[in-house]
Design a protein around this ligand. Structure first.
Ligand code: FE2
Length: 455
């Protein structure tokens, strides 16, 4: 009888999600964060985690090359890190360890601990060298942070679609912790759903408006800035931004730029745009991908032809940021906020409201301001000069999807749940929309090979 009562109480405790007992000991599961990767780029990686205040030992990562494990040499590297008390998750400690001097594109196994208390194990692949061959795979998603079943379906559909194919990194275009980006919402609606993924790849975020309800860009304070460890000093490549609100990094042949469209910084004379110009002028990467929250072109749950929409942030990103991005040769722009999947052809020079103009789709040539020809055959796009940018809205990761029109620059406009897989291999970039039922509903290839067809 007593045993039955004990089991009942234990079952109730687990059901309520108050505490979870496993080999790591008693870890409260509502706010603890299992080891997750940050800043996997160049020869570095950061492994971070959060524990209760009981885990007071020095944070430590033991890592070894997978090859050493396989051939029995077992050389183990031990690196110690830092602990910072959480300001927003009460009674928790945030730990992180910086790994440097990693060999490129190598499988690495690690074990995280605080003193003698083990907190988790994982495995990841270090970043490639700039000129290293081999495809890179990027999971791009947005507006996922509901904690509801759709968020999990979108996650599972991508995991199933990939099978044994490894991802390199995750881009999140914001709204990852509804409804106010509070500390507990980050834990429950971001770290918990993605914990198995975050233990093996880094998520590179852009702040959404919902995160900025509890965090502020100006002083980089709040749960968003506590959850992420982002490069401010150019340590992952690119020009130092001096802030975690926006930043850039290199990964293999790709230069990535994350912009803050949710703070107060969409100002042509402000520091973010000045930094963006400097950063773009100094990169010589083959591919450039920029991502941020508010889409310059969309007719989904938000409309980019309405200055009243979202304090004019969609319009401002189009008028202020897009000309700089296009002048800097950005190949792909990803955004969210509007809960829909939309994808343009290669376009350039569309900075006005123009949405009422009746362009046939695809109308890519018509929409270019400089008269240069873009050619396409089915899903494949070329430009004569390598110019042009594809814009995609991937705000379909969990929030209610809605379509309010067919935007003239968009070749595809789908009110479906899902996320995007971007595969970059040499001079080709492919993007696929993977719907939450696993179907690929859109696929494009941007081809920068020198052999333009028909020339
Ligand atoms: Fe949003």
């Amino acid at each position: 009888m007593k045993r039955g009562l004990l089991l009942l109480l234990l079952g109730l405790g687990l059901l309520l999600g108050i505490r979870h007992m496993d080999s790591r000991g008693w870890i409260p599961m509502d706010k603890a964060r299992l080891p997750y990767l940050q800043q996997v780029a160049g020869d570095r990686a950061i492994i971070a985690w959060r524990t209760s205040t009981r885990f007071i030992g020095v944070p430590r990562i033991e890592w070894q090359l997978f090859g050493d494990v396989a051939d029995g040499s077992q050389q183990v590297h031990v690196v110690e890190g830092e602990t910072v008390p959480s300001r927003y998750g009460e009674d928790y400690l945030d730990h992180h360890v910086v790994l440097e001097g990693l060999p490129h594109r190598t499988e690495i196994q690690y074990r995280a601990s605080n003193g003698d208390l083990s907190v988790g194990r994982g495995q990841f692949r270090s970043a490639p060298a700039v000129d290293q061959d081999g495809p890179l795979r990027i999971w791009a998603l947005g507006d996922s942070g509901t904690g509801g079943p759709v968020q999990y379906q979108v996650r599972d559909s991508m995991v199933e679609f990939l099978g044994d194919t490894p991802l390199d990194l995750m881009l999140h275009v914001g709204d990852m912790a509804y409804s106010r980006g509070r500390d507990g919402e980050f834990s429950a609606r971001f770290f918990r759903p993605y914990r198995d993924i975050l233990s093996s790849i880094a998520c590179w975020p852009a702040p959404g408006n919902h995160e900025m309800k509890s965090s502020t860009s100006v002083d980089q304070a709040g749960p968003y800035f506590e959850a992420y460890l982002l490069p401010t000093a150019g340590q992952c490549g690119g020009v130092a931004s001096g802030t975690e609100a926006y930043y850039s990094f290199d990964y293999g042949s790709v230069h990535f730029i994350s912009l803050d469209s949710s703070g107060d910084a969409i100002d042509p004379a402000g520091p973010m745009m000045k930094w963006l110009e400097a950063d773009l002028s100094q990169t010589d990467s083959m591919w450039i991908i920029a991502f941020f929250h508010h889409p310059p072109y969309s007719l989904g749950s938000h409309r980019s032809n309405n200055f009243q929409d979202s304090e004019g942030r969609l319009v401002k990103m189009r008028e202020v940021a897009v000309p700089i991005l296009e002048a800097g040769g950005v190949d792909l722009v990803l955004a969210g906020h509007s809960h829909i999947y939309e994808r343009s052809g290669l376009i350039q020079g569309v900075y006005g409201y123009g949405e009422s103009v009746d362009h046939p789709v695809p109308a890519t040539e018509v929409l270019r301001s400089d008269g240069k020809i873009i050619r396409w055959e089915g899903e494949r796009y070329w430009t004569e000069d390598g110019g042009g940018t594809v814009y995609a809205v991937v705000g379909h990761g969990g929030g209610h999807v809605k379509k309010t029109g067919d935007h003239p620059v968009m070749v595809k406009s789908q009110a479906v749940f899902g996320s995007a897989l971007i595969t970059i291999d040499s001079d080709q970039l492919q993007m696929e929309n993977v719907r939450s039922d696993g179907e690929v509903t859109d696929r494009i290839i941007i081809d920068r090979s020198p052999d333009l067809p028909g020339k």
